[in-house]
Ligand binder design. Structure first.
Ligand code: NCD
Length: 363
């Protein structure tokens, strides 16, 4: 049995296989309409969501399964102080698979360590959002026709935008991807993505503050919302919130065959007028998300059937309960008696990472 916490939990061949399944579902929906008959998906959403939760639920219903769950923390026993570990154990009694969104980074990883059913991370704080990446990959594959040899621009909140972090981690494993990272200095990509993903995989990249200058070079433009809820200082959010707005005039600078993606929700970073441009693919992207979630549910339930045991965490070389995670958004700051576990990331420079939230710490 396997959970999907990070996009790199799936190999490139598995990503390709999921894309193929999703394309087959689009062509032959009837073939899959009873594939999950008798199975239940639990959606545990401790943070707001429209697309992710409803597309997960629609995905399970279209596979012939059923859905239980909650859409806000206050309507669950989390409001009474129940831990993630206990919640995961309880949900395992009622459902066959669960999708969890949580504001604390690493919460779905803690759930996966305690559940007897597969756990899917549906977004944890500013950390990662692997199933949005599945939607993004299918959109690029279907609309551009390939997943390699292209220039992808990410624009907006690259610091807190978890969808950006996960998509870059996925693209790092495809050949010939060039990145253009467009953000104000305050919202640059986190250093762990820059050094441990982009540079480690030898991806070509440039950082820029100008959307206009970057647009003519891009095959894919990935716009993002400035993540208001993750700012410690709301004055800073106010100062940065309108920094990039994609308009029809700016679209005139883009390649005729380029595509524009956005995980949505949009606030004002893409003018509504851009929606009628055939290069605007963000509504299609939301639809593709449902098909990829169908493919993922099928795969994880199939694996769980063949191998119902949870794989133990690989802890060789880990530092256990000797350091405390300093990331205030880490699940370890509030989960009762959770082991503090760090893995060595860079031995030479004495750097390790919390296994729950991936925050860096010096030894
Ligand atoms: C994104 C998220 O929740 O991270 N939305 C989504 O899942 N489609 C992006 C965002 O909230 O800006």
């Amino acid at each position: 049995m396997r959970s999907i916490i990070d996009i790199t939990d799936l190999s490139v061949s598995e990503l390709d296989e999921l894309i193929l399944t999703a394309k087959d579902i689009i062509k032959n929906p009837d073939k899959y309409s009873e594939a999950c008959k008798g199975k239940k998906l639990a959606t545990l959403f401790f943070e707001p969501s429209t697309r992710t939760r409803l597309s997960f639920e629609a995905a399970m219903l279209e596979l012939g399964g059923s859905v239980i769950g909650f859409s806000e923390a206050n309507s669950s026993s989390a409001a009474k102080g129940e831990s993630i570990a206990d919640t995961a154990k309880i949900i395992s009694c009622y459902a066959d698979i669960m999708a969890m969104r949580h504001p604390k980074e690493g919460a779905p990883a803690v759930a996966a360590e305690n559940a007897d059913i597969p756990v899917i991370n549906a977004g944890d704080g500013g950390h990662c959002h692997p199933t949005q990446t599945l939607a993004d990959l299918l959109t690029i594959s279907a609309e551009v026709g390939r997943l390699d040899n292209m220039t992808v621009g990410f624009c907006g909140d690259l610091k807190y935008g978890r969808t950006v972090h996960s998509l870059i981690a996925a693209l790092a494993r495809y050949k010939g991807i060039k990145l253009v990272l467009i953000s104000p200095p305050e919202l640059k990509i986190p250093s762990y993505i820059k050094y441990e993903v982009i540079e480690k995989y030898g991806m070509e990249y440039v950082e820029s503050e100008s959307l206009e200058d970057s647009l003519p070079t891009l095959d894919v433009l990935y716009m993002t919302r400035i993540q208001k809820e993750r700012f410690a200082d709301l004055f800073e959010y106010e100062r940065l919130k309108d920094v990039y707005i994609l308009t029809e005039e700016k679209m005139a600078l883009a390649k005729p065959e380029a595509i524009v993606l956005h995980p949505l929700p949009r606030v004002n970073e893409i003018s509504v007028k851009v929606d009628r441009d055939p290069r605007a693919c963000y509504f299609k992207q939301a639809k593709y998300g449902k098909y990829m979630r169908m493919a993922l549910i099928l795969k994880l339930l199939d694996e769980a059937k063949k191998n119902p045991e949870r794989e133990p965490m690989k802890l060789d070389g880990a530092i256990i309960n000797k350091l405390v995670c300093k990331n205030q958004k880490c699940i370890s700051t509030c989960e009762q008696e959770l082991d503090q576990i760090f893995k060595i990331a860079d031995k030479e420079n004495g750097i390790c990472r919390c296994i729950w939230c991936e925050a860096k710490q010096k030894l």
